[in-house]
Design a protein around this ligand. Structure first.
Ligand SMILES: *[C@@H]1O[C@H](CO)[C@@H](O)[C@H](O)[C@H]1NC(C)=O
Ligand SMILES: *[C@@H]1O[C@H](CO)[C@@H](O)[C@H](O)[C@H]1NC(C)=O
Ligand SMILES: *[C@@H]1O[C@H](CO)[C@@H](O)[C@H](O)[C@H]1NC(C)=O
Length: 386
């Protein structure tokens, strides 16, 4: 059994990698084609993956910057862009694996994985797909769990040990359905440490501990399910990419990755779609923030994520969060100490005087605090007032 050494940060999510080992079973029968030879990405997921694509409005594979939660492109776009691939991204903000399993206290949830899959079938299945695609040249990416865990912990009453296995069983059923529709190459992303987002940290240590435990349960249950899929479908490949090591490395050593603000977001950057945004009321330009808002990373984090995923898909041994290489070889997870660093530290221009002085003057700070709390309560399904 493979043993991960875990990432050495007190607040980090310790994931247990031993269950990833059986993925090598998939390699016996099939290998991922060279990533550069693949021309199409189909993506399923949530706000960390959404690009605002609306399949019923025709083919708009490159909707640009407007539909992400990163302030710029996200990892799906950076991944596709790097190889000039077409991408069709069914991900939706706030999506879960299966809306019938998760209870939310108010409002309705967007299409979950099973419903995103139905959209895929409607537009890309059957004998007349919107574009022709072939199994060998198409990568199917699946990235869920953030909202499943978020709603499980924050909205209730959910019993995690009861519903996590049901969520994972539904995930496995949807991946099986994709396989039955001809998908053969899968990239499955494991959960980032959402307990380290400013949003979840705002709930305090007890909630943070619940997140850590629930994420661990989800990831270990999911990796077992992926091993099961690998064993069942030897003519398919299931590449896992664990996003936690990269997020932990960035949060532990933000400056080394070119970030100056890693513990909070700046309200003036929320819900904007301007990668070079640089507001005097914030501590730094958006490009130096890890968090675009209190729950979502910036485009620069997504760029690093795409870079590391590309390394995993092309078999580069320096990838941070890995399951298998295209040849099926298992790569071990690196510790933070071993983690590759960018060769050069970025140099930063001195802050414009405006950054500090406006902040000191507390411009709009009270209004921002009120709006931030309102947003926080709405995400958590709490009533707006009180
Ligand atoms: C992608 O397309 C651009 C513009 O045509 C080209 O310069 C670049 O080399 C291509 N990249 C890859 C990886 O094929
Ligand atoms: C939660 O579910 C598990 C598994 O079904 C069960 O053993 C446990 O008693 C439940 N806990 C509560 C508080 O209901
Ligand atoms: C989603 O959950 C419902 C309720 O548990 C279940 O009936 C359905 O089969 C699930 N969907 C999938 C794809 O497993």
């Amino acid at each position: 059994m493979l043993r991960f050494t875990g990432v050495a940060a007190a607040a980090s999510v310790a994931l247990f990698g031993s269950l990833v080992a059986p993925l090598s079973a998939a390699a016996a029968g099939a290998a991922l084609p060279p990533f550069a030879s693949m021309d199409t990405l189909f993506s399923f997921g949530d706000s960390y993956s959404t690009v605002g694509y609306k399949p019923d409005q025709g083919l708009t594979p490159l909707p640009g910057l407007g539909g992400t939660t990163s302030g710029g492109y996200n990892w799906v776009q950076f991944l596709a862009k790097g190889q000039n691939q077409s991408y069709f991204d069914f991900a939706q903000s706030a999506a879960t694996v299966n809306n019938s399993i998760i209870h939310i206290d108010r409002g309705t949830l967007p299409p979950s994985f099973d419903m995103q899959l139905a959209q895929f079938e409607q537009f890309f299945g059957g004998s007349e797909p919107e574009i022709p695609w072939t199994a060998d040249k198409s990568l199917f990416t699946v990235f869920f769990g953030i909202n499943d865990i978020g709603f499980t912990v924050l909205q209730g009453p959910h019993n995690a040990s009861e519903i996590v296995p049901r969520i994972v069983a539904s995930y496995e059923a949807s991946v099986t359905q994709l396989y039955e529709r001809g998908a053969r190459h899968f990239l499955l992303l494991l959960m980032p440490p959402t307990n380290r987002t400013p949003y979840i940290r705002s709930f305090g240590a007890e909630t943070g501990a619940k997140f850590i435990a629930t994420i661990e349960l989800f990831v270990s249950t999911l990796t077992a399910a992926i091993a099961d899929l690998s064993a069942r479908y030897p003519d398919a490949t299931f590449t896992t990419y664990d996003t936690a090591p990269l997020f932990n490395a960035i949060l532990d050593s933000a400056e080394e990755y070119g970030f100056t603000v890693s513990s909070k977001s700046c309200y003036a950057y929320w819900n904007k779609h301007q990668p070079d945004n640089d507001q005097p009321s914030c501590d730094a330009p958006l490009s130096e923030y890890v968090w675009n808002d209190d729950y979502h990373p910036t485009w620069r984090v997504h760029a690093l994520l795409a870079e590391d995923i590309t390394k995993t898909l092309t078999g580069d041994a320096f990838a941070l969060g890995v399951g298998t290489t295209p040849s099926g070889e298992i790569l071990t997870r690196r510790t933070t100490d071993d983690a590759p660093r960018p060769a050069k530290r970025r140099t930063f221009e001195r802050r414009r005087p405006g950054h500090a002085s406006l902040r000191a003057a507390g411009a709009g700070a009270r209004a921002q605090a009120v709006l931030r709390e309102r947003m926080r309560r709405s995400w958590a399904g709490l009533p707006a007032d009180s």
